[in-house]
Design a protein around this ligand. Structure first.
Ligand SMILES: NC(=O)c1ccc[n+]([C@@H]2O[C@H](COP(=O)([O-])OP(=O)(O)OC[C@H]3O[C@@H](n4cnc5c(N)ncnc54)[C@H](O)[C@@H]3O)[C@@H](O)[C@H]2O)c1
Length: 320
């Protein structure tokens, strides 16, 4: 099938692109490189630098590439930034999503798959793990934008007779994430590799659902022709505290460091674990990577990257 991936130069999107190509699909990536990078994009994919806020351009790309399925991952992803600039967040995440669905309709696509966020759309919930039937009650503008995006995808696709699936990810971790994402595992690794002391926010006992990026990419492939009109949690089904993650990262890197302590992030929830049994039942998807294995792969990746960087810096540049 022909698959268009918005945000395909980013962390999760680039893994999805690799998985789609490995599965024999033709792929076009649309990304404005705000946080993504050209080097993440598999050379077998077509790449178009474009902004999801530009409807005309999206329609033009859609008409030319004629995707059967559009995976919409491009977004402003920072909860804190959504609090300081909710207008920009809504422009990218809400209006950008409306644009992507309209471009999908204009292109005659069969399906839109939307990247939502299990960690923010439900808000603070007493009973864990959280099933998809839990009322949506976001506590950050980013969470609001994802809820709005979900509704626009469902309603606009429904009106056009186009299939759609919402995937609500847990906290995704793995290779190619960047420190600017402010994701805790990536932040710890980057600080330790630079010789800095990592910062643990709040009291570190906030505990969330961490899911490996390769497993998240796999869930998208299952959603190509299943789960129409449904929302699915895509997580590990378990929770790990930030303090535990810090200990495990330090163990794997064989370092002993006293962390710095920071404030609670605005809009951060205390706990979330996603009940992923619906995805198992309807998409035949379940997380395949145990946290210890995924963390080891992630640590190895960032250590290799740091070694390469050091080697490059140590190699004298030829003078003319
Ligand atoms: N990483 C997580 O833990 C997580 C959890 C839940 C949901 N999500 C969602 O998954 C998706 C991918 O997130 P990610 O972690 O890979 O982040 P990312 O920042 O690596 O990827 C987002 C991509 O979108 C691109 N982009 C941003 N604004 C754009 C615009 N206006 N037009 C076109 N492209 C634009 C960026 O350049 C980047 O390549 C996002 O929708 C995010 O909200 C991520």
């Amino acid at each position: 099938m022909r698959a268009l991936v918005t945000g395909g130069a980013g962390f999760i999107g680039s893994h999805l692109v690799d998985a789609l190509l490995a599965d024999g699909h033709r792929v076009c990536v649309v990304d404005n490189l705000a946080t993504g990078s050209r080097v993440n994009v598999n050379p077998s994919a077509e790449f178009v630098e474009a902004d999801v806020r530009n409807l005309e351009e999206l329609v033009e790309i859609g008409r030319r590439f004629t995707p059967g399925v559009i995976f919409h991952l491009a977004a402003q992803t920072l909860v804190a930034r959504s609090a300081s600039d909710p207008l920009r967040d809504a422009q990218i995440n809400v209006l950008g999503t409306v644009n992507v669905v309209r471009a999908a309709i204009a292109a005659g696509s069969q399906k839109v798959v939307f990247a939502s966020s299990g960690g923010t759309v439900y808000g603070n919930v007493e009973r864990q793990p959280v099933p998809e039937t839990q009322p949506l009650n976001p506590i950050s503008p980013y969470g609001v934008s994802k809820v709005a995006g979900e509704h626009y995808v469902r309603v606009l696709c429904g009106q056009a007779g186009m299939a759609n699936t919402i995937l609500r990810y847990g906290n995704v971790y793995g290779p190619r994430d960047i420190p600017a994402s402010q994701h805790v595992i990536t932040a710890f690794l980057h600080a330790l590799l630079k010789g800095d002391r990592p910062v643990i926010e709040w009291d570190g006992e906030q505990a969330k659902d961490y899911v490996y990026v390769g497993d998240v990419a796999a869930a998208h492939l299952r959603a190509i022709d299943a789960g129409d009109g449904e929302a699915f949690n895509v997580g590990s089904g378990g929770e790990i505290s930030v303090n535990t993650i810090f200990r495990q990262v330090c163990e794997l890197m064989a370092v002993s460091v006293e962390p710095l302590r920071g404030e609670q992030r605005p809009g951060d929830v205390r706990r979330f674990t996603l009940d992923c049994t619906k995805a198992d039942r309807m998409l035949a998807w379940r997380p395949a990577t145990p946290f210890a294995d995924g963390l080891r792969q992630t640590v190895d990746y960032y250590c290799r990257l740091a070694d390469l960087r050091r080697q490059r810096e140590a190699t004298p540049t030829p003078s003319h």
